[in-house]
Design a protein around this ligand. Sequence first.
Ligand SMILES: Cc1cc2nc3c(=O)[nH]c(=O)nc-3n(C[C@H](O)[C@H](O)[C@H](O)COP(=O)(O)O)c2cc1C
Length: 349
Amino acid sequence: MTVEKRKLEHIDIISTQNVTHDYNYWDDVDMVQKSMPEVDFDEIDTTTTFLGKKLKMPILISSMTGGHPDTKKINENLARGAAESGIAMGVGSERSAILNREMGDSYSIVAEYDVPFIIANVGAPQLIKQSKKALTNEEVDYAVKLVKANALAVHFNFVQELSQPEGDRNSKGVKKRIGDLSKKYKIIAKETGAGFSMQDALEFKQLGVSAIDTGGRSGTSFAAVESMRSREKADERKERVGRTFWNWGIPSPICLIYSNVELPMIASGGVRTGLDVFRGLAMGATLGGLASTFLRAAIQSDREVSNLISQLETELRTAMMLTGSSNLKEIKKVRRIYRGRLLEWMNQI
Ligand SMILES: Cc1cc2nc3c(=O)[nH]c(=O)nc-3n(C[C@H](O)[C@H](O)[C@H](O)COP(=O)(O)O)c2cc1C
């Protein structure tokens, strides 16, 4: 199985099948509203600064793709939308371009647009020796330069790797590598749907990472994605591992409490709407990141991506107005009520 082919299978499965966690914990975060907010909707200020760069809105198109000629258009549609609306975007794991430089333009297309913040991407498992050799410093540098990145996301996806027919199984040595890379790049430690614990976050801080993309449980489940892939390959054992761990992980809102170690945080994992972005910001995040929601738009057209971004903006502003928040700082003061299964976690952490 080539990396390129796997990328297309992920896109196909995620855009056509139900592979989300069975419960979205963002729905358990209620906001206390104001009927007399004293705010003018049109004057609401949604600008923010992330790792030194100004953004028009606190939204990130989370890392997804690249690495196959068919993915170039998806990245282009996303980049055009991100540039037009002044939001941040990431590209998917760049390993396939590192291994096969001909794939480079499916990623570097994003650098042709005026995206205010671009995030390069490599996998933590690939930073150390597995059955294949670890990425070298030169290869990581190639990935950063290829997309003219402002920061480098190192993604953690061990629940996916262990559910995958061809997955990596070693994690020894990742910490040292992250510590070394943090001396050269702005590193964003990024989960992909299972979420970081408080111990993880404290260690990232010690290692010198610049931000944490919390990537918790509430949205896309990569154990589920891999279970589907295994089923298609008639690998019954892995299919069952993926099913068993389908709902593995720390709920996304909890990750924001765990990861609050005075580094910028990105709320992600199951963020679907501008209200979810608002919820994440209220709980301390600087940005809200969406992946699968953007994927479905980007597969269609650049216009769909723009429509989605303005929809998110309208919903974010609506939540801001209804809570009397005229800028993003004021969101943090909004009173929240936690309920349902989220509260069960809250009561025990
Ligand atoms: C099609 C697809 C491909 C992805 N590939 C990557 C990747 O290469 N690197 C990465 O860090 N995250 C990757 N992700 C994970 C997302 O960035 C995100 O953490 C996860 O999907 C949870 O967000 P969601 O619930 O909004 O989809 C991918 C997600 C999707 C939907």
